[in-house]
Design a protein around this ligand. Structure first.
Ligand code: NAD
Length: 326
């Protein structure tokens, strides 16, 4: 496998972290980025520090001197460049957005690997319907490849192997970030999971309204029984039914320290009739960005291997083992 030419779509909190994660890698190189303001491409690799400072100062990758371009549809532009695989670090707002982006790649007749870190069950259901079209086009699309769904779902698949029957899968996450403005879409999508809100309401909130809500909660979001695609990914594999999977957690938007340790607990019955729980806990020092971008590129590497073997269509983080990017 030669050096994998990578593009990152969306250059907010996760997109920028993704660029930093890629920087020291030998096996992958960041060659393309796009955000709401435009796009940038450089066949020999984009300069990280110039890119980050262009975005910090001017708010878009289009501001990167020499290689940046202003465009209202940067995604359409980067898909015409030489890129092996894209990480879609895009907000899924509205809930149909990621499926629409996938359809844009299909219409273009693009061939390569796409990886997302999408969260909602209903969003993954839309992508599953695209399997035949992706397959026909020659796209290998891996969905749900962040932390949850993603790393923790894959861990649940491994944990289930000890059991004859899986009784429950319980995912509990703790996220700590210094400020909500670092991850605006993530926080808006999380607000959309609160009991009194819909995703559309959260999407329509102004920044001031988000700040007012966070002021009322001391910067904390307590999330329970979230609509998270871990359920459908595990159900598709026959591990358990979706109603046996629960996802919830606490997000602190004012402190990078995690409010609790992220973990997945898989409870099952062994062939001897004993009930037990396997727990996989992430180290508290690992950030949300590390636990999303690491898996996303691990799955992108696995996707490239599948693509080179002629395997196209829709795959999930639960059914493919991620690679490790050196
Ligand atoms: P953000 O708001 O910080 O950044 C979003 C970026 O997307 C911006 O650069 C914006 O310009 C760009 N963008 C928006 N619309 C676009 C368009 N039409 N064309 C091109 N670019 C566009 O977002 P974030 O907080 O980094 O979150 C990104 C996504 O990651 C969210 O959907 C979030 O739910 C997901 N996420 C997943 C996990 C997981 O574990 N699976 C964890 C955290 C975040």
């Amino acid at each position: 496998m030669g050096v994998i030419r990578v593009g990152v779509l969306g250059f907010g909190g996760l997109g920028q972290a993704a660029a930093m994660v890629l920087h020291p890698k030998q096996e992958m190189q960041l060659v393309a980025v796009a955000d709401r303001g435009g796009w940038a491409y450089r066949a020999d690799g984009l300069p990280l520090h110039e890119l980050l400072s262009a975005v910090k100062e001017r708010g878009t990758v289009a501001a990167l001197p020499e290689w940046g371009h202003t465009d209202s549809d940067g995604i359409a532009q980067v898909m015409t460049q030489a890129v092996d695989g894209f990480f879609l670090a895009l907000p899924n707002l509205p809930n149909t957005f990621m499926a629409r982006v996938a359809q844009q790649f299909i219409r273009q007749g693009w061939q390569g690997v796409l990886v997302d870190a999408i969260k909602r069950t209903s969003a993954v259901e839309q992508l599953l319907l695209l399997h035949p079209a992706l397959q026909q086009t020659g796209i290998t699309y891996l969905t749900g490849c962040g932390a949850t769904p993603g790393l923790l779902t894959a861990a649940a698949v491994l944990a289930s192997q000890s059991f004859a029957e899986v009784l429950t899968v319980k995912i509990t996450f703790g996220v700590g970030i210094a400020s909500w403005e670092q991850y605006r879409s993530t926080i808006r999508e999380d607000i959309g999971h609160l009991p009194d809100y819909t995703l559309e309401q959260a999407r329509a909130m102004s920044d001031a309204e988000v700040e007012q809500l966070l002021a009322r909660t001391g910067g904390l979001l307590h999330l329970e029984n979230m609509e998270h695609a871990d359920d459908i990914l595990l159900e598709r594999l026959g591990i358990c039914s979706r109603d046996q999977v629960t996802v919830g957690g606490v997000v602190d938007t004012r402190n990078p320290k995690k409010p609790l340790s992220t973990n997945v607990q898989v409870t099952g019955r062994t062939f001897e009739g004993r009930t037990a729980t396997h727990t996989f806990t992430l180290g508290d020092e690992t950030s949300m960005a590390a636990n999303v971008c690491g898996p996303a590129f691990g799955y992108l590497k696995a996707g490239v291997a599948l693509q080179r073997r002629g395997s196209y269509g829709l795959f999930t983080s639960a059914e493919v083992m991620p690679g490790f990017v050196r």
